[in-house]
Design a binder for this molecule. Sequence first.
Ligand SMILES: NC(=O)c1ccc[n+]([C@@H]2O[C@H](COP(=O)([O-])OP(=O)(O)OC[C@H]3O[C@@H](n4cnc5c(N)ncnc54)[C@H](O)[C@@H]3O)[C@@H](O)[C@H]2O)c1
Length: 444
Amino acid sequence: MVVEQLAPAQSLERKIRERTARVGVLGLGYAGLPMAVEIAAAGFEVTGLDVNRERVGAVNAGRSPVSDVDGSIVRDLTERDLLRATTDFDVLAELDAVIICVPTPLDDLKRPDLRYVRQATRDIAARLHPGMLVALQSTCSPGTTREILLPTLAEHAAERSLTVGDDYFVVFAPERIDPGNARYTVRNTPKLIGGVTPRCTELAGELYGGFIDQLVPVSSPEVAEMSKLVENTFRFINISFVNEMAQLCDRMGISVWEVVDAAASKPFAFMPHYPGAGVGGHCIPIVPFYLEAVAERNGLVAEMIEAAGRINDAMPEFAIAKLDRLLAERGIDPARARVVLLGVTYKRDVADLRESAALQVLGRLLAQGRAVSYHDPLIPSVGVEGRALRSAPLTAEALRGADGVILLTPHSAVDYDLVVEHAPLVLDTCNALKRYHSNHVVPL
Ligand SMILES: NC(=O)c1ccc[n+]([C@@H]2O[C@H](COP(=O)([O-])OP(=O)(O)OC[C@H]3O[C@@H](n4cnc5c(N)ncnc54)[C@H](O)[C@@H]3O)[C@@H](O)[C@H]2O)c1
């Protein structure tokens, strides 16, 4: 009998097409878990790898550790043996493809902190084998895939005489997920793929094409890495512009919200962005500083990013100053006012506190010794300014007892009829209550 010997690329391609490829997702967080779920739902056997035992335990128990992923889907996939999770990284030796979704925060000096990517790379490199595809999805600076991921893999590959593009395959394919966005999901958000070689891009395209509708192959990992930084920084800068306009409109006594909506009636060359008490989340406030570091390394001062950072950083203070002015106009001494903060997460209906501007507002009010409480249906307690606070029940009595409410994150589970009926003053930093047309509800 003649046993057919396939080259690693052909073998991987065949397994992907037959859905027998075993896929690993490293990092089961806001980016990794939705990806793991989508791949498993497409019929691949998926193993989630994480250093966090609780997350791993939750997935194996059929629960979702991420507010953005429905527990029933996780349960269904684990029951069908399409999804499992582990902290045992030796399983990497048996996987055909691995997708890296580990955190890439900033360090204390606002420089990219790649320690999780480096660790993940070492874990994979030690188990690299012929026919393995490695896709980095964590947000990284241009050059990370080729200069950090690849040399570590190549070192181990050399011991086994494996060559990238022939025996194993490496791509950068940035994560673009928008938690809480029901319209754009893993499946219908186009996927950028930049391989170290054209064959790497092709094979990653085979895999991603199994569960993502539209693929966008680009000529190199660097293009894909840079595109990710540019798309997030575009948002950061546009938000900073409208935040600056919010400050100007406030001085002029006109509504920035009406101005933006009016401008957005132009059917071309304008894209509405809306102001707020700051910019939060794991991506938008962080990624521009990756790009700034890239500019610096290339001898360019990224002036737009610096200015945008200053404007966005000033927004929590602007929101507090506006609240204080409104209180003073009503004859209330801001220093003695009782303030209720609504929503502390960085985004509506997402239980994620990372870089939350609402938390900054809360922290500043506490630091000023103000009488402040918060309500957030997704966050039962928070630690701010060295203090532990619990989410206070939102009752008519509590609202009537407050001098002012500041709405920072408009979760859909909050009873806004109750808020508008009983709060004497609401500063609405997201214009979420405009439908009430109430005199005591003031937009930012
Ligand atoms: N959250 C978003 O909205 C979003 C959007 C686009 C891109 N991204 C990018 O995706 C990446 C992941 O972000 P996230 O929001 O999912 O982070 P997260 O903190 O929600 O999840 C990361 C997970 O990785 C795990 N982890 C850390 N080190 C590990 C290791 N060495 N091996 C295995 N697991 C490890 C953590 O325990 C955690 O469960 C980041 O680069 C981020 O910039 C995130």
